[in-house]
Design a protein around this ligand. Sequence first.
Ligand SMILES: Nc1ncnc2c1ncn2[C@@H]1O[C@H](COP(=O)(O)OP(=O)(O)O)[C@@H](O)[C@H]1O
Ligand SMILES: O=C(CO)[C@@H](O)[C@H](O)COP(=O)(O)O
Length: 475
Amino acid sequence: MAAPEGPLVVGVDSSTQSTKALVVDAATGQVVARGQAPHTVSPDHESDPGQWWEALCRALEQCGPAVHRAAAVSVGGQQHGLVTLDAGGRPVRPALLWNDVRSAPQRDRLVEELGGPGAWAERFGSVPATSFTVTKWQWLRENEPEAAASVRAVRLPHDYLTERLTGLGTTDRGDASGTGWWSTATEEYDAEILERVGLSPDLLPRVLGHGEAAGTVRPLDGLPLPQGALVAAGTGDNMAAALGLGLSPGRPVLSLGTSGTVYAVSTTRPADPTGIVAGFADARTDWLPLACTLNCTLAVDRVAALFGLDREAVEAGGGVTVLPFLDGERTPDLPYASGTLTGLRHDTTPGQILQATYDGAVYSLLAALDLVLDADAAPDAPILLIGGGAKGTAWRETVRRLSGRPVQVPRAQELVALGAAAQAAALLLGEDAAAVARRWATADGPAYEAVERDEETLARLATTLNDADTLLRRH
Ligand SMILES: Nc1ncnc2c1ncn2[C@@H]1O[C@H](COP(=O)(O)OP(=O)(O)O)[C@@H](O)[C@H]1O
Ligand SMILES: O=C(CO)[C@@H](O)[C@H](O)COP(=O)(O)O
């Protein structure tokens, strides 16, 4: 590997299943070292924030000597999770994660109390899903009042890790826009909703301005980063991936990870009253309209494991339909749903059921694709396919067949961590983070041309979803 040309920066992706760390040459974008350590997620979709910190230290350790030379660092993290801290900065309880749907009743009440879906979309950019932090906080107040009363600070996953690095309570507008208590209309915390859910703004982190530093790395035992290194604002993982791709407005991204997401950068503030599109802010000064599913790679992996199949062992044909809502679902909004399988015959094969699971997972994302794109987005722009699933042939071919659009798979695999690294480099060098990523050519990779859209499968999925509606809404 060639010697680095520029200073070294570190980008961190603390997502649902693991923490990944990259040491990157700020001049060229070359990845000099990498590390990864797993997280534990309970069946209730809770994780111990302390374990994220340990995973971060382990992932950095794996990067070897290069990490000791880092001049700046930034953390991208899974969005929405409710991290509650006591007066000593210790977690009061495990974090409630984005894919926990237990707060559905609280969500329904909050939507109603603040004037309905249209009012929420106008004020917060989004009609909250059960993923949104405000619904989780309300769940905690109602179900564990003693724990809620002992909380002295509320953080998102990336805020928690950034604060452990710097000692300062900060967040950014991208991640703040997924809480449900930060208004995209005013770009400030919303006093009315905070009062309604009994949360003092004093318990929340300061929202940093674009390009502002979160602080510097303080001396900490077991942390291989150099003391005094710059710490950038960090952001939510989808916002970090958008930075990591150097995304221009109107370019669609489909991310296949624990969550499935489809999004684009927009210069117009989104406000979708149907709730399908979340109107997030991006990590710069634009917007990131995004639709998210709760069931993506893990649903496919579960079905493959049930049949003892490799995840690539798909077979075409058979007419079977899978709605893979193993964790309930957010897009479409069916928090009480479970998975369904219809169209089973004597000659249906396990490989066909596996293919149908991919189809079901991709269908929901593609159904939202047009809604996240601006009217002026090019209809034939290739979909950028990222996330762990983008490494798989079956995922890529399913996206091509069901979208009928060209697909491009960036060679760079860790776009969230790269986006965080670009944010760190931007802070260090006084540049724009997306411009840094474009200079690094992170979106380059093989392009796959459009194939004819599989209208028959799309129609069967649409009909099944419609017919199963009562079943999928049953509590
Ligand atoms: N070679 C591969 N082919 C297809 N899928 C893969 C491959 N490697 C990993 N995955 C999938 O990627 C998922 C993890 O994706 P990732 O984006 O890292 O998740 P997250 O960021 O949510 O923690 C796993 O659940 C797995 O199913
Ligand atoms: O809730 C959302 C987006 O709104 C999820 O995309 C989370 O941000 C989790 O991301 P991954 O761990 O799947 O990357």
